[in-house]
Design a protein around this ligand. Sequence first.
Ligand code: CP3
Length: 371
Amino acid sequence: MGGCRVVTTPDTTQPAPARTTVPGDAVRRATAASPVVRAARRQDVPHTPVWFMRQAGRSLPEYRRVREGVGMLESCRRPDLVTEITLQPVRRHGVDAAIFFSDIVVPLAAIGVDLDIVAGVGPVVARPIRSRADLAQLRDLTPDDVPDITESVGLLTAELGATPLIGFAGAPFTLASYLVEGGPSRNHEHTKALMHGDPALWHDLCAQLAQISGAFLRVQAEAGASVVQLFDSWAGVLSRADYTASVRSHSTAALAAVSDLDVPRIHFGVGTGELLALMGEVGAEVVGVDYRVSLTDALERLGGRYAVQGNLDPALLFAPWEPLERRVRAIVDEGRAAPGHIFNLGHGVLPDTDPDVLTRVVELVHEASAR
Ligand code: CP3
């Protein structure tokens, strides 16, 4: 397996350097004709592909059963559980892609950061990073830190056949927010204080996180993920100026870590309507759109250069079928104008969602979009 190629200033005029063959190449040949991969590449599709962020998780009784008595972080490191949980929504809903069961903080735990994922809360970090000395908690991630991830991806792709597996990582800003705040945050005040109060430390922190994110994406892609998604979930709290000065170069570096592999890259954040064009420019083929911006407006902001993913409000899954059906059909219709459209939610499946409604939405998207 090749090491991580760190690219700080990607030069798109240069051809990609030669690289050795990785197991993922064979898997990607098997998934190249899938609607998710084709839509991501802006190729025509037989129907609009659909998957759901957080499709594996608490909305599924079979998930709650296998997770009984097993901590979240532990379940992410056990290939038997990762394989079973990742496949559950594919079997049940007939979605067009699997998303690897893991969490954005798994690579941080893998390099020894003392953290836990607390049920109903999210990631909680024992010693928040706010000074230069605190940076010593971090180091580069290598494939040897996560052999179980390589194993899980291998097991999964053998089961999935022509259905693509989506690998993912947290983007440097969103990871930094958890590390600096020490846990989930409404206002991200310590993060913004560090970004503006000590820009040199902020950039060093984010450069380190970009290496970790990029290496985590690369491990998944080399092992057989056909698509990757970079989650910058909380980037929507930033102005365009702050995103440009403090975040953009680091997300670019994270996505560049897989630019020589043939994996389309999806870039998603919540409340990022003002940032959509910037989020495409950092190196994505697909831009995720949340439910606050219509696909039509998003396409205009993106200038037709990217495929889009989205954007049903996850709360609408609790509405009666009629208004939900109308909304799903409207999103499918708006997506026809896109160079490529992958149907998804505007954010993750809420834990109390009725899984049968998700299955019906998959059937409806397929039927309504059949070409
Ligand atoms: O199905 C999938 O989407 C794959 C699995 C996945 C998880 N986390 C599993 C998980 C993915 C893609 C993530 C990414 C993730 N984790 C993000 C980015 C996506 C987003 O929602 O914006 C973020 C911000 C995190 C951090 C995190 N981890 C949060 C906010 C939570 C929820 C806390 C809670 O309990 O409500 C987690 C825990 C987590 N990650 C769960 C799952 C299934 C719930 C834990 C459980 O079931 O016990």
